[in-house]
Ligand binder design. Structure first.
Ligand code: ZN
Length: 162
């Protein structure tokens, strides 16, 4: 899902905005501004009408944009060298358990061939890495058929055992 980006350069940093004012500035529903406030957009006080400082709004949207940019989509891992989410080469990754629930997923960046790491929750592994073939460490391999690449149904078995 592509997130809409807001042109925060339209914001006058020395101005105070009402929720309605921000909504009309970006041509969005005021409920969206309400969500931003819940997400941490600072308001001047709790009184009505609630005011938001232009400077706070600009900072909030900039930070939010950076966060969105770095977020990996399913099947992606963040590559430190590329400074961007990337896809594992050959759609393959190695899973190293850290504890019963968490582990490190290691893969090679398809662009620059450097190693990427991502901390993953075992329960979410198949949801996040749907089409990627995940190799389990030898300690967990006895569960799966050694001659077959690990499939989601085998991961299901691993989860039950862990
Ligand atoms: Zn890379």
């Amino acid at each position: 899902m592509k997130k809409r980006s807001y042109n925060y350069r339209r914001i006058k940093i020395h101005r105070n905005y009402t929720v309605e004012g921000i909504a009309s500035l970006f041509d969005i529903h005021k409920n969206t501004v309400g969500v931003w406030i819940k997400e941490g957009l600072p308001t001047t006080d709790k009184k009505r009408p609630m005011l938001i400082q232009g400077r706070d709004l600009a900072t909030f949207l900039q930070t939010r944009r950076l966060k969105n940019k770095k977020k990996c989509n399913p099947g992606e891992m963040y590559c430190v060298r590329c400074h961007a989410p990337s896809t594992p080469a050959g759609d393959m990754a190695d899973y190293q358990p850290v504890n019963e629930k968490m582990g490190n997923l290691m893969a090679i960046c398809f662009r620059c061939h450097s190693i990427m790491n991502r901390r993953v929750n075992l329960a979410k592994l198949e949801h996040v890495f749907g089409k990627i073939i995940i190799t389990l460490p030898p300690a967990l391999l006895h569960i799966a058929d050694r001659n077959q690449p690990t499939t989601n149904s085998e991961l299901e078995k691993v989860k039950k055992i862990c």
